[in-house]
Design a protein around this ligand. Structure first.
Ligand SMILES: Nc1ncnc2c1ncn2[C@@H]1O[C@H](COP(=O)(O)OP(=O)(O)OP(=O)(O)O)[C@@H](O)[C@H]1O
Ligand SMILES: [Mg+2]
Length: 361
């Protein structure tokens, strides 16, 4: 069953066209991540689902029922706000219980649900404290607790981890994934962080200027990006974008006047001419002797412990390579690099993928 259906959603704020003809069907139990740069319409869409924002046109259905004209309370949706929005004068317990009390649940039921949520989020020891007596991470958990304590059809999260430091974020990511498996409910999760999107989602919806740029599994978006924008958004360090020219009937890729590589997988555009070659840093390595390679001059070396990020110059183009930690590469050195061509992608001048990785689709 589809838990959520968005049909041709449009949202104008005066002259701002924040969401443009967005249609989306989400299956029950999915973990969908809406991701995209600041201002692309993620929060607007999430708030529209929750009923906190009227839409200009379109229809929103939850569990097969149109909720477009229903008040937030009637939609049976739970939402976690980016800003926690905790009540400062209430204890953690009362903050979590608040929504249940407002719905007139029994004391016994409230107690059972609050303790379950607190256990699930490892905040059972803090139930009598006030929000000001908690760390940011603990507060964030209380905000999540307040949402999951309710039996909702849909759980909506708006950047729930954005205020946490990197280490806490990693831990909470893992907890959210566990929580999703445990609840077995549909999660719609908004973030601008591509790592969160990749790690949490079973489906990523990438928005740009209020339009769905691509919708698919994390691996689909990563390996078969529909556009240069998607390719550049997912992956860290980002995909290298090289200005190249296809020559000899598309069989060779010319990177600079005197540097070429064979187009080994034949996935590039057949016709000769200019295009953009997208190469992930992890698909560049030191070439073996005799292997077709690019001559590169090492500009900057950044060891990460497990790997080395080497920024090199090929002709006058910059390229980042993720190399073995023990490759011994140093600034100023000249090295020969090979590229795992079957894994690369090609874009036209407008940024559309025109070949590579999976040419058939
Ligand atoms: N109440 C409002 N009035 C007018 N314009 C608004 C309003 N709320 C949002 N917008 C505009 O609508 C667009 C989408 O905003 P939205 O908050 O959905 O973006 P977002 O993707 O959540 O961004 P962020 O990652 O920064 O939170 C932006 O251009 C924003 O300026
Ligand atoms: Mg937002």
């Amino acid at each position: 069953m589809a838990d959520l259906e968005l049909a041709n959603i449009d949202k104008h704020y005066g002259a701002v066209h924040a969401v443009r003809d967005v249609s989306l069907t989400v299956q029950s139990g999915a973990f969908v991540v809406l991701v995209g740069p600041s201002g692309c319409g993620k929060s607007t869409l999430l708030r529209a689902i929750a009923g906190l924002e009227d839409i200009t046109s379109g229809d929103i259905r939850i569990g097969g029922r149109s909720v477009t004209r229903l008040a937030p309370r009637a939609r049976n949706v739970a939402m976690v706000f980016q800003s926690y929005a905790l009540y400062p004068y209430l204890t953690v317990y009362e903050n979590i219980a608040f929504g249940l009390r407002a719905r007139g649940e029994t004391e016994a039921h409230i107690d059972e649900r609050v303790r379950w949520a607190a256990d699930t989020l490892s905040i059972a020891d803090y139930l009598e404290r006030h929000p000001r007596e908690l760390s940011g991470g603990q507060r964030q958990r209380v905000a999540i607790g307040r949402a999951i304590v309710r039996e909702a059809d849909l759980y909506l999260f708006d950047e729930p981890l954005s205020n946490l430091d990197a280490k806490l974020r990693d831990g909470m990511r893992e907890e959210l994934k566990r929580l999703h498996a445990r609840l077995g409910r549909t999660f719609i999760y908004v973030t601008h962080d591509q790592i969160e999107a990749m790690t949490l989602a079973d489906r990523i919806v990438l928005l740009r200027h209020g339009v769905i740029e691509q919708d698919g599994t994390p691996l689909e978006l990563f390996e078969k990006p529909a556009s240069r924008f998607v390719a550049g958004f997912l992956g860290s360090p980002p995909m290298n974008m090289l200005d190249v020219t296809m020559v000899d009937g598309g069989t060779m890729i010319r990177i600079s006047d005197d540097q070429m590589l064979p187009n080994a997988d034949g996935a590039a555009p057949r016709a000769d001419g200019a295009c953009i070659w997208g190469v992930r840093p992890e698909h560049v390595r030191l070439a073996a002797a005799g292997e077709p390679s690019l001559e590169a001059k090492v500009d900057v070396v950044q060891p990460t412990g497990s790997r080395i990020l080497a920024t090199v110059l090929v002709g006058d183009q910059k390229l980042t390579a993720e190399l073995d930690a023990h490759s011994g590469v140093e600034t100023g050195q000249r090295i020969a690099l090979a590229v795992a061509t079957p894994r690369t992608v090609f874009f036209d001048a407008e940024g559309r993928r025109v070949g590579g990785a999976a040419p058939a689709d």
